[in-house]
Design a protein around this ligand. Structure first.
Ligand code: BTN
Length: 254
């Protein structure tokens, strides 16, 4: 166990060797009453999860981290936690890599169009009790030499490579928790505005043509903006605007 003394997030950090998913470990701790800000980090995950029920490649050398949040936010602002986390991870990564870092809706963190980090928030509500959120953050940190699965080849990068130097998990976790603590407090104190603005200012592909794959089909149009409920606003041909709550965005290259 390590600590960030006096901090709201990361006052307690459990460093583990191999787990299935750090999100599941954090969830068990939350159910047992662990306070907000408790963090779980694992060296590797045997069953790391990504969005849309995908597996998440989690070899040694990445930062695989989950934290427990007990937000006091109106339910309609909960989706903004994903954007706050993506902005915080992007800010931390940019500070360490010294390279511009973008976000892609809803939760991808990219350098030069390659994915360096992803975020998976899981909200657990009980009918008569507290609700909590497990925020899972996965950063490809230094995975040099690990065999990259074929479907990810050419689409991912890692922070140490982009930074051109060794970055420790400690250093990265500290930077992320610090930024996230700021954005999290801001969301509580000032509402969605500043978090949306921070996210927008880094948003790759806003204003450009995109195609969104949905379970029910496909939507093509211009990615206009992210709405205060966290959804993506796409303007289709003819001017019809559609809000997308979950899906996979792909840029349409000319
Ligand atoms: C995505 O981009 O699809 C989200 C990836 C989230 C991965 C992190 S790694 C730590 C935490 N544990 C998991 O099983 N997933 C998240």
């Amino acid at each position: 166990e390590a600590r960030r003394a006096g901090a709201r997030l990361g006052h307690t950090v459990h460093w583990l060797a191999e787990v299935g998913s750090t999100n599941d470990v954090a969830r068990r701790l939350a159910e047992a009453g662990a306070p907000e800000g408790t963090v779980v980090v694992a060296d590797r995950q045997a069953a790391g999860r990504g969005r849309l029920r995908r597996a998440w490649w989690s070899p040694p050398g990445g930062l695989w981290m989950s934290l427990i949040l007990r937000p006091a936010l109106p339910p309609e602002h909960l989706p903004l936690l994903t954007l706050a986390a993506a902005a915080a991870v992007a800010e931390a990564a940019e500070g360490l890599a010294g390279r511009p870092v973008q976000v892609k809706w809803p939760n991808d963190v990219l350098i030069d169009d390659r994915k360096v980090a992803g975020i998976l928030l899981e909200t657990v509500s009980h009918p008569h009790g507290a609700e909590y959120v497990v925020a899972g953050i996965g950063v490809n940190l230094d995975v040099e030499g690990e065999p990259v699965p074929a479907e990810l080849a050419g689409r991912l990068t890692w922070l140490a490579r982009e930074a051109g130097r060794r970055v420790t998990r400690n250093e990265l976790a500290e930077a992320i928790l610090q930024r996230l603590e700021e954005r999290y407090a801001q969301l509580h104190q000032e509402g969605p505005g500043p978090v949306l603005a921070a996210w927008r200012s880094r948003a790759a592909w806003l204003g450009e043509p995109v195609r969104v794959a949905l379970p029910t089909g496909e939507v093509a149009g211009i990615a206009l903006d992210v709405a205060p409920d966290g959804s993506l606003v796409v303007e289709q041909a003819g001017g019809r605007r559609q809000r997308i709550l979950a899906g996979d965005v792909q840029r349409l290259r000319p």
